[in-house]
Ligand binder design. Structure first.
Ligand code: SAH
Ligand code: SF4
Length: 366
């Protein structure tokens, strides 16, 4: 049994079964999520007999590290994890925003709002599924198809892995984005359980507002998420302003039309008072013209939102190419003239295919 799969109540009942007092559960919880222990021997405040029992019945890592890659600028690390059933998932750590350690970015955007906000960020991009069933044509994960859902513990363990690594250098994770492999709202319950576990004030205590969930636009789940009134940020992968154009690159549009997605987003804003982010992979000649930007602006009119545009990260299975900088800036300007705020994101870790070709989360403004 993977220890990260248990919530505090389940851990408490397990210890009860083992005839241990309830406070032991709390000690284990704190060891796991505050001290970041990942083996029974580290729990020196527990009796030896209990540590042995933990070693016998519980696992502390759901995966082995198959490989890792550092980007040439040294600020992005991608880790490829192998699950017990041999599926591979990946998580990416992006260190950025600190002007002192990233002169390149500072030079590109010395005074931008984004730069200041991004100072010293350690953003983790994690997976919720092995593969993905949504089939977006431009996406490396979509091209590989669906393997399986991750359990809540497998999601949590990705965070703990990097949290430990950062702790060794006196740093910590500052943001978590669900933009790795998989569609978080297709694996809704496990994803939210992972959020709750990481958010727990007696445990890892990671603030709700520092999570961002990115979805392909599953309407019922957007509404459910809105009803739950979570403080977690919501991002919607839109990528097209017209149903036909969206259907050509995102099969999900057959089920949920753009209008319905945007209606659900309006509902989310009403329920939570929070702004929605729309993600937009800029694909040359496909969705990057001023006409498209105008259509997008009219769809989003009156909605409290923001557009994150990022030049496409090319993948083997799709012939589309990235929009060049000049056109990207024109796209942004057209949106902004129509009153829709837009940020162009810089691709990070391009040399290591960070985020499985999904670099929308790998953010730094240019
Ligand atoms: N399934 C979710 C979250 C994972 S994908 C979703 O689709 O939102 C994270 C982001 O990366 C999404 O916005 C996705 O559209 C984007 N993405 C996928 N492939 C990409 C590529 N090749 N280039 C740029 N962005 C990409
Ligand atoms: Fe799945 Fe997101 Fe990739 Fe689409 S973009 S295939 S939803 S991971």
């Amino acid at each position: 049994m993977l220890i990260y799969d248990l919530d505090i109540d389940q851990l408490t009942s397990l210890l009860k079964e083992w005839n241990e007092p309830a406070y032991r559960a709390k000690q284990i919880w704190q060891g796991l999520y505050q001290h970041l222990y990942n083996s029974p021997e580290q729990f020196t405040n527990l009796p030896k007999s209990l540590r042995e029992k933990m070693a016998e019945h519980l696992t502390f890592s759901p995966f082995t590290v198959k490989t890792y890659l550092d980007s040439s600028d040294g600020f992005t690390r991608k880790t490829l994890f192998q699950l017990p059933d041999n599926h591979l998932i990946e998580s990416v750590l992006m260190r950025y925003g600190d002007p002192a350690d990233n002169p390149q970015i500072t030079a590109a955007a010395p005074n931008s709002e984004n730069m200041r906000g991004a100072k010293n960020r350690r953003t983790l991009c994690i997976s919720t599924q092995a593969g993905c069933a949504m089939g977006c044509v431009f996406c490396a994960t979509g091209q590989m198809g669906f393997k399986r859902h991750l359990t809540s513990g497998e999601i949590v363990a990705q965070v703990m892995y990097y949290a430990r690594m950062l702790k060794d250098v006196n740093e910590s994770v500052t943001n978590i984005v669900f933009m790795g492999m998989g569609e978080p709202f297709h694996n809704y319950d496990n994803t939210m359980e992972a959020v709750d576990r990481l958010n727990d004030a007696d445990g890892y205590n990671f603030g709700a507002r520092r999570f961002t969930i990115s979805t392909v636009g599953l309407v019922p789940q957007i509404r459910r998420f809105a009803d739950e009134k979570r403080q977690v940020n919501l991002a919607i992968s839109l990528h097209a302003a017209d149903d036909e154009e969206r259907l050509a690159i995102m099969p999900v549009n057959k089920r949920y039309k753009i209008d319905d997605v945007i209606k659900a987003c309006r509902y989310y804003v009403e329920q939570t008072g929070r702004r929605v982010t729309f993600e937009w992979a800029l694909i040359s000649g496909v969705n990057d013209t001023p006409e498209v930007a105008k259509r997008l602006a009219s769809r989003l009119k009156g909605l409290m939102c923001h557009v994150n545009a990022i030049p496409l990260n090319p993948t083997a299975g799709y012939e589309g190419r990235a929009t060049d900088r000049q056109r990207a800036v024109a796209f942004k300007e057209t949106l902004e003239q129509a009153g829709i705020p837009c940020t162009i994101r810089m691709r990070r870790g391009i040399d290591i295919q960070a985020g499985c070709g999904q670099l929308a989360g790998s953010v730094s403004s240019v």
